[in-house]
Design a protein around this ligand. Structure first.
Ligand SMILES: [Zn+2]
Length: 559
């Protein structure tokens, strides 16, 4: 009895001691976070304002200011003592408070990414810039004459002579031969940097830092491969029949240059869907504002701070930026009243509402989308509406006949577009994984094995060139491509959940989302407000009741 009491007392004291210890460490972390946020927050805001300014003015001085501030932020994360402190805390497993533990994970990853030897980092940045420069200045040649990328694209879209198509395709690949050696060198440098921080290669490091698990990603990609295999084979054989007929060759003689872009990543023009006539007399800005208002995700404050129209010197593309994580969210567009800009406007405002509707009580470090692909998913979910017959009918007040015309082509087009894209993305994902696993292997053959396996495109007989190296993403956005696919999958998963569980409809056939405030409320509560308070996989499971799966994407597009 006595002994028992003593032991119990000992345990109580120990618990008290470790409890204290834990609380001490949690206090230390809290202090660290508030000092860290004190440093980062003002510079991050300045950096985003500077980038905004540069994108609007196009001035070199503005761009310089923007990169200076980005560098200043990066330097905060290079501090090795601070990293050691965070690592110690992580290894101690004594941070029990969920919010603190989550912030610790986010901080740890951000610091880890910047613990590379500065000289090696400099080498990586310089070589990347060099390759990018070569890409932008290189011109392929056709019969000794230089051609631009746009000229090549034009030939692949319109030329009917196979010989000329081949010349254009070959010209599009010449940049690969120029870039390949540097790119392999860059891969090796990136791998070296990854090994410095304890990873086997850069691909694994990139995925781990973005909280993606390689086995999980492989599982998703394999499932998508299996589920799209037969439908894609069928769809591609229909397409091949059309192309073979058009170019006067046998189907089995079709070569990569018979598709309408250098990598067969886009829908060939034979299925082109032009919906511009429906938008030319509309105001895409007003349509977007009205739509988001109707789903209880008002965008007035975003629009007020945004820059929507073309101007000399302005960035010709589109993006969304969260300036301060306190409500100043802006989008940059170059609006025209056509379908493409309708999609872009809906897409960017999708990013915009995600940022705008974060709960301000969520800690600063977690007040952002759960993952780059979750915000892409929201943007895609809304961007898809610009081609949705039901949405167009309601928003543009179309007749039933007009709706019928759109429906006839739009779902088939969406199916093609999505299938062609995900099969192409499988090439990118699987090739890049193996590229980093072993950059010494025969990459030229590896590339064509992937193209043949996933895209069913023939390798030109005898060809042994670095055709893979002509894809600039390997240089400027390494190990990133999978995010586009995950975004599409999640957009479909959310769509189905909203249709059947939130709006409680019987079918997704006529769903336009127009006026469905419940849809907006759901996204706001389950996805936007928590930001990255939980990991992306937890958020998806909490919101939809199951882990991320390709099933709904397949239901939506693979019929
Ligand atoms: Zn986007």
């Amino acid at each position: 009895m006595r002994i028992c009491t003593t032991i119990a007392a000992m345990f109580a004291i120990m618990a008290l001691f470790f409890g204290c210890e834990r609380r001490t460490e949690e206090r230390q972390l809290k202090n660290f976070i508030s000092a860290h946020v004190g440093k980062v927050k003002p510079v991050a805001k300045q950096a985003r304002l500077a980038y905004w300014q540069a994108a609007n003015s196009g001035d070199a001085a503005d761009y310089d200011q923007s990169s200076r501030l980005e560098l200043q932020i990066r330097q905060i994360y290079t501090d090795s003592q601070e990293f050691a402190f965070l690592k110690g805390l992580k290894q101690s497993s004594r941070i029990k408070d969920a919010e603190l533990a989550r912030q610790l994970d986010v901080l740890y990853n951000a610091y880890l990414a910047n613990q590379i030897d500065p000289l090696l980092l400099k080498e990586i940045v310089e070589l990347g810039t060099e390759i990018e420069k070569n890409f932008s200045t290189f011109r392929g040649t056709i019969e000794g004459k230089k051609v631009t990328v746009n000229e090549i694209k034009e030939i692949l879209k319109t030329e009917t002579d196979s010989v000329k198509r081949k010349q254009a395709w070959v010209a599009s690949k010449q940049v690969g031969a120029v870039a390949a050696d540097d790119l392999i060198e860059l891969v090796k440098l990136r791998n070296r940097s990854a090994r410095q921080v304890g990873f086997e290669n850069f691909h694994t490091l990139s995925l781990t830092l973005s909280e993606l698990d390689i086995d999980e990603l492989d599982r998703i990609f394999n499932e998508l491969y299996e589920l799209t295999n037969e439908p894609f084979r069928k769809l591609k054989s229909e397409l091949d029949a059309i192309l073979a007929d058009k170019y006067g060759v046998e189907v089995n003689q079709l070569m990569p240059w018979h598709y309408h872009d250098p990598f067969f990543q886009e829908t060939p023009l034979v299925y082109e869907l032009n919906l511009d006539t429906y938008y030319e007399d509309e105001d895409v800005r007003e349509l977007a504002i009205k739509f988001y208002d109707g789903i209880a995700l008002g965008v007035d404050s975003i629009i007020a701070n945004s820059d929507l129209y073309e101007r000399e010197g302005k960035n010709p593309h589109a993006f969304c930026t969260d300036i301060d994580k306190e409500g100043d969210v802006r989008i940059l567009c170059n609006l025209k009243n056509n379908e493409n800009w309708m999609e872009t406007m809906l897409h960017e405002l999708g990013h915009g509402v995600y940022d705008k509707y974060h709960d301000i009580n969520v800690p600063y470090l977690l007040r952002e989308p759960a993952h780059i692909f979750t915000t892409e998913a929201i943007a895609m979910l809304f961007g898809r509406l610009s081609r949705n017959g039901a949405w167009m009918q309601q928003m543009l007040k179309l007749s039933d006949e007009q709706r019928l015309e759109i429906d006839k082509v739009s779902s088939r087009y969406a199916q093609l577009k999505q299938l062609i894209f995900v099969r192409w993305a499988m090439v990118m994902y699987n090739f890049e994984k193996q590229l980093y696993a072993n950059p010494e292997q025969d990459l030229n053959s590896l590339w064509w094995r992937m193209v043949s396996k996933y895209q069913f495109v023939n390798k030109p007989p005898g060809r042994d060139e670095p055709d893979w190296a002509g894809k600039i993403h390997f240089t400027i956005a390494p190990c990133y491509y999978h995010n586009y696919v995950l975004g599409e999958l999640l957009a479909s998963q959310l769509h189905y959940y909203i249709v059947f569980n939130v709006l409680e409809l019987q079918s997704d056939k006529d769903v336009s989302y127009v006026g469905h405030s419940k849809a907006g409320d759901f996204l706001r509560r389950k996805i936007f407000e928590p930001g990255s308070l939980y990991r992306w996989d937890d958020i998806i499971e909490q919101a939809t009741g199951q882990p991320l799966t390709p099933k709904y994407f397949v239901d939506e597009f693979v019929k």
